[in-house]
Design a protein around this ligand. Structure first.
Ligand code: DAH
Length: 339
């Protein structure tokens, strides 16, 4: 019995020694120590051993089991350690390698200008709202006092998209949506994209942006309009900026005007930037026409208001001294990086 155990042990150690993978060591464990393994087989032979010998033999079997287990554990630990080390060597990271430069994005000059204009008007208590880009003829023209046969409709070459629908040619329709909500007073700023079937050139694009403003309250006068827009111009272009209102015509305002700012480049003396005039036109404005108020269920005897429309691209081009509108749409990273 003792010899048989010695033999088993020697054979187990030899097999452990010869194992070159964890699976092999596992096989050795099963074949010697497992339920159906060699040692268990020896224990089953105990019934043939004389009763007084049994404790001694039992002890011997246990010793053998323990010795094999110990060697086996050791071998497993070694193999696992070697595997871990090999993995670490394979996955080594060179922390001295210079990191890849991460490229940081830039806000588009249009976005910067838009946020700047919003900031100024929000500071004056205006609420920023958004109107739909697809409008009906009613919102884009009729409710703005531009009747069906009016030539103003031809001036803004409209993209019609079937039925009564069109792509808005101006953000002014948002005035109507806002008034229809039936809540006065109104202090609204509505930035957004507009569309006209224009050819692309340095100052035109079939899609551009406007920022619409509308104020409705009791006792609003042209003086409020002038004060508000003069303050806006100073905030946007600097404290020195002067403004000038020229009479103009828009169907939805009466009286109407265009506002010029003194050239922030030459201060008004005349330069290439302002084409020698000292002034730069930046927006259209006027007192909301009583017809417009009436159509949106606001009583013109009780309420008055003013409105204005700013061309966003124009502001961005002026502010950043960009001389071609196409640059704003090409999204060349080398261009955008500068802002
Ligand atoms: N909607 C006009 C346009 O596209 C701009 C405009 C002018 C808007 C005067 C206004 C305004 O609100 O009062 O040319």
């Amino acid at each position: 019995m003792k010899e048989r155990l010695e033999q088993l042990k020697a054979e187990a150690l030899r097999q452990i020694e010869a194992s070159d993978a964890l699976e092999k060591l596992n096989e050795v464990r099963v074949s010697f120590l497992g339920k159906k393994g060699e040692l268990t087989g020896v224990l089953k032979g105990m019934k043939d051993v004389a009763p007084e010998e049994r404790p001694k033999v039992g002890q011997l079997v246990n010793d053998t089991r323990e010795q094999i287990e110990k060697v086996l554990e050791e071998a497993i630990r070694k193999m696992e350690k070697a595997a871990r080390e090999a993995q670490m060597r394979a996955e080594v990271i060179d922390v001295t390698l210079p990191a890849k430069k991460s490229t940081v994005g830039h806000r588009h000059p249009n976005t910067i200008a838009m946020e700047e204009v919003e900031r100024i008007f929000v500071g004056m208590g205006y609420e920023v709202v958004e109107g739909p880009e697809i409008e009906t003829d009613y919102y884009n023209f009729e409710a703005l006092n531009i009747p069906a046969d009016h030539p103003a409709k031809d001036e803004q070459d409209t993209f019609y998209i079937g039925g009564d629908f069109l792509l808005r040619t101006q953000t002014s329709g948002t005035q109507v949506h806002e008034m229809e909500k039936g809540k006065v007073p109104i202090r609204m700023l509505a930035p957004g994209r507009v569309f006209r079937s224009d050819e692309v050139d340095a100052t035109h694009s079939p899609s551009f942006h406007q920022i619409e403003g509308l104020v409705i309250d009791k006792h609003i006068t042209f003086a409020d309009l002038k004060g508000t827009l003069a303050e806006f111009a100073k905030e946007l272009f600097g404290e020195e900026t002067k403004v000038k209102f020229r009479p103009h015509h828009f169907n939805f305002t009466e009286p109407s005007a265009e506002m010029d700012v003194s050239c922030f480049k030459c201060g008004g003396s005349g330069c290439r930037f302002c084409k020698g005039s000292g002034w730069i036109e930046i927006l259209g404005c006027g007192m909301v026409h009583p017809n417009v108020l009436r159509m949106s269920k606001i009583d013109p005897e009780e309420y008055t208001g003013f409105a204005f429309g700013i061309g966003l691209e124009r502001i961005a081009l002026l502010k950043y001294e960009i001389d071609d509108m196409r640059l704003l749409y090409e999204n060349d990273v080398r261009f955008l990086k500068q802002f």
